[in-house]
Design a binder for this molecule. Structure first.
Ligand code: G3I
Length: 382
């Protein structure tokens, strides 16, 4: 095992060294950071080897060049950011678009990375065909279930043995505090039972896969309690669910440590595994509705913001480590600040810097806070 680790470190080091040598025009600053990364040898996945896998959401394009090297060096789990969503992978009833998803699955296999599946049933990016008959009418409930089952059988079946965990149902809870489930075509046509059916079909398609319910704002007490209600309902009905995915689209403003711990305790009390499935720490307050950039609104990543972000990341991972018995994975949503979905949402063109690597793939100060912690395992052993 030790030998394997040394060999893989050597391979990673050679790759990084290779890229340094071949790109002589890189400026001194970049080169020195790459050297310091090399010297430290370990990546996030190594620092957290005794805790939980560290994942990242990717597109097929991010599996090339420097980005691929960074992924191999730092992460041991992948999620497809978009290409396994129904609208992309199954755009028409009789047509699948396997290429991009296969590229991610193959990269995971070749590099011995875990792979999460995202996602099977969601109100967004569903293939429009699933809700409509050939003559343009809305399908009935039974027909919808047949189509849902066919979709789940095909996609889960194809990656059986490669994908170890699926986000089966994504974001079914309403954004409105006085409403339980979100209004959607799934709900309109099939009623709340659609959630249970999705889990049952996924379990039939791959009995070994871990099945998750995944949602955002899962720490905010009032939404947390509605998510809890749904999870409890699923468990009480013997639905095959293994875990809850807390997305983790957070910010330098929230959540607080108390809110985070209370939510972890509540979800853990259900006996479910927990994963942080889509972590990023925005520089801005959470806003749901899209809007234009305001005049004078700055998107500069100032040293003050960097310090606040570091502090928040430090706290989040301290809490995560405390829950390592329940937490079976932490996944970042995108690789580095070079590209984040938050550059486009909620304000198109407002740059965000929510990740641990900067636009040149260099480790940010928040990285140090996450990676360099006192290992309580080691302390306990002494
Ligand atoms: O690929 C097309 C491209 O061909 C086209 O030219 C372009 C024009 O708009 O759109 C491209 O597709 C975009 C796609 O991302 C790939 O970049 C879609 O418009 C855009 O809506 C889509 O956004 C994704 C969003 O989910 C909606 O599906 C984000 O990348 C992705 O990060 C985001 O991920 C979600 C999780 O699945 C669930 N939780 C929240 C999270 C963030 O919103």
């Amino acid at each position: 095992m030790k030998l394997l680790k040394s060999v893989s470190l050597f391979v990673i080091a050679s790759l990084l060294l290779g890229s340094c040598k071949s790109n002589s025009e890189k400026n001194e600053e970049t080169a020195s950071v790459e050297t310091s990364s090399l010297a430290s040898e370990k990546g996030l996945k190594d620092y957290y080897a005794d805790y939980f896998p560290i994942g990242v959401a990717v597109s097929p394009r991010s599996l090339e060049g420097e980005s691929a090297e960074l992924i191999r060096a730092e992460f041991n789990s992948l999620t497809a950011e978009n290409v396994m969503k129904m609208g992309v992978i199954h755009p028409e009833m009789d047509r699948f678009n396997w290429g991009p998803a296969d590229a991610i699955a193959n990269f995971a296999k070749e590099n011995n990375l875990k792979l999460r599946g995202h996602n099977l049933v969601w109100h967004q990016q569903a293939g429009p065909w699933i809700f409509t008959t050939e003559d343009g009418k809305t399908v009935g409930k039974e027909e919808l279930y047949q189509r849902m089952k066919a979709h789940i059988d095909s996609v889960v079946g194809r990656y059986k043995g490669t994908i170890y965990a699926w986000d089966v149902v994504n974001e079914a809870i309403s954004d409105k505090p006085d409403e339980f489930l979100r209004k959607s075509e799934w709900l309109d046509i099939a009623g709340e039972e659609f959630i249970m059916k999705a889990f049952e079909y996924a379990h039939e398609a791959d009995p070994d896969a871990k099945l998750y319910y995944n949602d955002y704002n899962a720490i905010i007490p009032e939404k947390r309690d509605r998510i809890y209600k749904l999870l409890k309902m699923l468990i009480d009905n013997d639905v095959p669910i293994d875990g809850v995915g807390i997305q983790g689209h957070w910010s330098i403003f929230s959540p607080t440590e108390t809110e985070l711990r209370e939510a972890m305790d509540l979800y853990a009390s259900l006996g479910l595994d927990i994963q942080i499935t889509e972590l990023d720490v925005s520089l801005y307050q959470w806003e749901k509705e899209r809007r234009e950039l305001r005049q004078g609104e700055s998107d500069e990543f100032t040293p003050e913001l960097e310090a606040q972000q570091k502090e928040k990341y430090d706290m989040f991972f301290r809490v995560f480590r405390d829950y390592k018995d329940q937490l079976t994975g932490v996944t970042f949503w995108n690789v580095s600040d070079r590209y984040s979905w938050l550059d486009h949402y909620p304000v198109e063109g407002r740059k965000n810097y929510p990740l641990l690597f900067d636009e040149d793939y260099k480790r940010k100060s928040a990285y140090d806070a996450v990676a360099h912690f006192e290992d309580t395992n080691e302390t306990e052993k002494q």
